[in-house]
Design a binder for this molecule. Structure first.
Ligand code: ASP
Ligand code: MG
Length: 407
């Protein structure tokens, strides 16, 4: 049987009809090599944002079911247009919505999870020699309600289809040539990584690199689906994200990221006794606020300070909750700092190499950058610093670890 590949094209790759024609040519080129093709597409350009804006003109609190009804229309436009563009080139193609190809999800509207995929219809069409085009980002519940998979969810559609159909790999065609050692807009001489592990990609994504939707990486990792991230606009090889291979260990640090979207909250003079942290973070979780870093100081007097970071957009909501908890547990004042940035270095080589943290800290020290908070995982070290010094910090660390093109 001919090999099957799943290709995904993001919104900017299909932003207008000229680009759609370009994508059609690209798909056909693969088809000519004899591949069976399933193509997942996002909505044109910033269609999804525009649809969301429309809803906001009507209400601040739209029904989530209706939001899914609305947002899912974007991808229906792009699949149909791409099918037409492929027909025009003399090839057979057929477009489908998520529901039509049996992408069954749970009922959590706007953030649904895929439960199963009935691949029969796709397989039938592939057998007839057709290029199958699937609307990304959407599915349907058992009770026939349309759902969406979270922003950037076309990636998830592509990975899930690759797994369900047994594709060799999943190709993510996007507007960047791959995954870099740092954000090219921040660091001048970044290098494109040829390979990276799922774990590293997940850490980079959570640390602020916005290449792929983290959920799609998790699913790819779970089912071991290799992902090839590459540019729609060139034939250059991109970055392969796959399970860890031996040679990856030699690379101590793969990338440096900066996240400017968080703010820090500190509860001062918190009584140091069992159950207090549980109380604080339970209340925060109950308000659907996600916490990133948490730091608790040593207490000398029976009281301690607890700091944590949240997304900046959750700051005012979190402050309210934090003040309420502080009152309840007899803590002191609650302060915040929304002028922070989180700098992270990521690399699986950290497991077997020591001194990475020291190297990062001395680079910051030499640049007179103060560290406010530190957190580490097996393959990541993050420091919170003053936001004003973020660019300087990433550049210095990128250089310190010799990540650039010119060493
Ligand atoms: N169109 C959706 C979004 O903008 C899904 C996607 O692009 O993957 O989030
Ligand atoms: Mg989009």
């Amino acid at each position: 049987m001919n090999r099957l590949i799943v290709q995904k094209y993001g919104g900017s790759s299909v932003a207008d009809t000229d680009r759609i024609k370009g994508v059609a040519k690209r798909v056909v080129r693969h088809r000519k090599k004899g591949c069976r093709m399933v193509v997942v597409v996002s909505a044109l350009g910033d269609t999804t944002d525009k649809l969301i804006e429309l809803s906001r003109e009507i209400t601040d609190s739209p029904s989530e079911r209706e939001m899914d009804m609305l947002m899912s229309t974007g991808e229906q436009v792009s699949v149909a247009l791409l099918a037409m563009a492929i027909h025009k080139l003399g090839y057979e193609a057929i477009s489908f919505t998520g529901a039509q190809v049996g992408i069954i999800t749970d009922t959590s509207h706007t953030m649904a999870r895929i439960l199963k995929i009935n691949t029969r219809r796709i397989e039938q069409e592939l057998k007839k020699g057709k290029i199958v085009i699937v609307a990304g980002f959407q599915g349907i519940t058992m009770t026939q309600d349309i759902t969406t998979l979270g922003r950037g969810g076309s990636n998830l559609t592509a990975v899930a289809l690759a797994k369900a159909l047994g594709a060799m790999y999943c190709e993510m065609n996007t507007d960047v040539p791959g995954v870099f050692t740092a954000d090219p807009r921040v660091v001048p001489n970044v290098r494109k990584l040829s390979r990276i592990s799922y774990e590293e990609m997940l850490e980079l994504a959570s640390a602020g690199a916005q290449v792929l939707q983290p959920r799609s990486i998790e699913v790819a990792k779970k089912f071991n689906v290799p992902i090839h991230v590459r540019s729609t606009f060139s034939d250059e090889e991109g970055t392969v994200i796959s399970k860890e291979v031996k040679t990856m260990e030699d690379i101590v640090v793969s990338g440096v990221t900066v996240n400017r979207n968080e703010a820090k909250i500190t509860l001062c003079d918190v009584p140091d006794k069992p159950g207090i942290a549980a109380k604080i973070f339970k209340m925060i979780a109950q308000n659907n606020i996600n916490i990133d870093m948490i730091i608790q100081n040593v207490s000398r007097t029976g009281y301690t300070d607890i700091s944590f970071t949240v997304l900046q957009r959750d700051l005012s909501k979190t402050m309210k909750v934090a003040k309420k908890v502080a009152d309840k547990i007899g803590a002191g004042i609650v302060t915040f700092n929304d002028n922070i940035a989180k700098i992270s270095v990521v690399g699986i080589g950290m497991r077997s190499h020591s001194g990475i943290a020291a190297k990062m800290f001395s680079s910051l020290a030499r640049n007179k950058i103060n560290i406010d908070m530190i957190s580490t995982s097996e393959i990541k070290i993050s420091c919170v610093i003053n936001r004003k010094q973020a660019t300087k910090a990433v550049r210095a660390i990128h250089k310190e670890f010799g990540l650039g093109r010119t060493r």
